[in-house]
Ligand binder design. Sequence first.
Ligand code: GSH
Length: 214
Amino acid sequence: MTKLKIHGRATSSNVQAVMWTVAELGLDHERLDVGGAFGGTDTDAYRALNPMGLVPTVQDGDITLFESCAIVRYLAARYGDEKFWPRDPGARAMLDQWAEWGKGTFTRTVVYEVFWTLIRTRKVDRDLNALAAGIENASRLAKLLDQRLGSGPYLAGDNLTFADIITGHVLFRYYSLEFKRVDTPNLDAYYDALTKRPAYAEHVMVDYSSLKVE
Ligand SMILES: N[C@@H](CCC(=O)N[C@@H](CS)C(=O)NCC(=O)O)C(=O)O
């Protein structure tokens, strides 16, 4: 394979999902600091790769992709083994439904209803009622995931899969933000298992204090 090129700043949770995948699969790569304070997303050249002007964007030889979950699925399908990306459509779909839920429902709630208010909104501009509602939503969803995980340790049982990446990358934000979390012993154990993976520690547990506005 050619060397993967990943465009995107390390503090972006969407870039983190991709980088975690790249590291779990041991893929040869280079990551370029693009987006946020680094800029670089508003050029014609970048927009030709990613018309949204967002990160991440990945180039693998002559394949260029945007949308982090599509990238994770592509890398998993192309370079992952049977455990990481089950080839049986039924077995894969059972995991993929949780991946989809993880991105579209859980991550969306944690990022846009909690993280965005606590980290990316000035204190004076925060809507505390909306924040309380967001925390309540995130708590309800965390309970659901806790129930689904059971004794885990991963969504598929013993092995980490693409679905853990898509569902689990937001947990660093979920667990490190300052708010009172509900009691979720299975989810706590899951997060603990993820944090012990070197790829998660390096690429997902990235200090986001540079994103904080006061
Ligand atoms: N659905 C897209 C969302 C991409 C997205 O919103 N990326 C954010 C960072 S997490 C971004 O590019 N923000 C502007 C920037 O960093 O310049 C994905 O999953 O890749």
